[in-house]
Design a protein around this ligand. Structure first.
Ligand code: COA
Length: 388
């Protein structure tokens, strides 16, 4: 078939909008009503009643664990927290350069296969173990990156803390309060999984060639870094803190951006044509925090105003806040610096990536789509000395 026929057949869709790329049991999105569920359980219920470890089990096994299964799962997960010295060294040596911490994260994750004797072993059991190692070790790595950005030495993980508490411990050197642990756990749960977004798709495409899991996760990190994907949370906070001076200027600020055809970070979504349920959870959480923290209260006020103006002005386009709009406020409250927001997204999303990778491997076919060739089809080769 001529490649131009792809377009005529209606198979071409820019950005793959509306294209189905396979089947998955990981998450279900109803974009019209703003509903998201992991393996059938709504994100609201999981954020309220579950925790990150249980969500990891759910996404890996497509069901909730029994009590002893969860205990065994946690023991195994926590046993993989240590990372090689080389990983810490790479973090320390690269974090001082003017590169984004997501680049440091990718470089650090790329050290892990070197020390894993199972890297090139492609059995189901070995791949499952690698998935657990990646979940635990990315947590250790991002906490160490947060410290390295402040010129501080890494703090080693504790084997007996929950994922959320351990991360906050490794990041700040203080055992978190129950409230801080709970808030960070919700941050991890909400970021855990989101169907076939750009980074998860990247991971599935890469693993489909039957390469190793580390390569697929490395690609996903590179994809998440971008400002149209995970990078938006950082831009939202910079907008709230640095770009918007006084609240009275908000309307003018939004109007100017829209007039210049600039996007407001933290708004819009390919799938949600209603309020992103994750944004609603973060907003509620931020509103609770605002009762205790004045700064948070002010950001919420600014956020509310931007939200009202955006929904009103872009009514026809059905643009609403997405996950990144209020998440930064919550992370900032926990003492997490702005450049670390996207690495935190990755810290939660690692479970989504690895569970999709394992799912892809269970019923794999290499991704090999087509592209419309838009250049000249037959040209003569001109020797270099005759070219003009
Ligand atoms: C999320 C996003 C990448 C989805 O992209 P997409 O599905 O390709 O949608 P488009 O960029 O084509 O947007 C559709 C229309 O809505 C407008 N729009 C979308 N998001 C917008 C935003 N944040 N601010 C202003 N206008 C926006 C677009 O300008 C476009 O208008 P047009 O049809 O007149 O050209 C996009 O909404 C965006 O760039 N948002 C800001 C970045 C962000 O928050 N990313 C995190 C996603 S979780």
């Amino acid at each position: 078939m001529d490649s131009h026929d792809n377009k005529q057949d209606g198979k071409y869709s820019k950005g793959l909008e509306g294209i189905i790329i396979g089947e998955s049991k990981k998450s279900y999105i109803d974009g019209e009503r703003g509903y998201l569920a992991y393996s059938g359980i709504s994100i609201e219920e999981l954020a309220e009643k579950s925790n990150y470890e249980e969500v990891c089990f759910l996404l890996l096994h497509d069901r909730l664990p029994l009590k002893d299964e969860l205990e065994n799962f946690k023991s195994e997960l926590y046993s993989y927290r240590e990372v090689p010295d080389l990983t810490y060294e790479i973090i320390e040596r690269t974090a001082k350069y003017p590169v984004h911490p997501m680049t440091v994260l990718r470089l650090a994750v790329d050290t892990l296969p070197v020390y894993d004797e199972e890297t090139e072993i492609n059995t189901e059991e070995a791949n499952y173990r690698k998935a657990l190692k990646l979940i635990s070790r990315i947590h250790t790595i991002t906490a160490a990156i947060g410290r390295a950005l402040r010129g501080e030495k890494p703090i080693r993980p504790k084997p007996d803390l929950s994922c959320a508490a351990n991360w906050l411990w490794m990041h700040s050197g203080k055992i978190p309060s129950q409230e801080e642990e709970r808030i960070f756990d919700i941050v991890l749960v909400i970021h855990a999984e989101h169907e076939i977004n750009a980074s998860t798709f990247s991971a599935r495409v890469v693993i489909s060639s039957l390469t190793d899991i580390y390569s697929a996760v490395s690609a996903a990190i590179g994809s998440l870094k971008g400002s149209l994907h995970g990078g938006a949370n950082e831009q939202v906070m910079r907008m709230l803190i640095e770009e918007i001076g006084t609240e009275t200027e908000i309307e003018k600020f939004v109007e100017k951006k829209l007039k210049n055809k600039e996007k407001i970070p933290g708004f819009g979504h390919r799938v949600y044509k209603n309020y992103d349920p994750r944004a609603a959870i973060f907003k509620r959480l931020a509103e609770q925090i605002a009762k205790k923290d004045e700064r948070v209260g002010r950001w919420i006020e600014i956020g509310n105003k931007i939200e009202k103006i955006m929904i009103e002005k872009l009514k026809e386009k059905r643009i609403y806040p997405n996950v990144d709009f209020y998440s930064g406020i919550v992370m900032y409250y926990l003492g997490i610096d702005i450049p670390m927001f996207t690495p935190i997204f990755a810290t939660g999303r690692i479970i989504g990536w690895v569970s999709h990778i394992l799912e892809q491997l269970k019923d794999n076919r290499i991704y090999r789509p087509r592209i419309i060739y838009s250049g000249e089809k037959e040209r003569k080769y001109i020797p270099i000395e005759m070219r003009r």
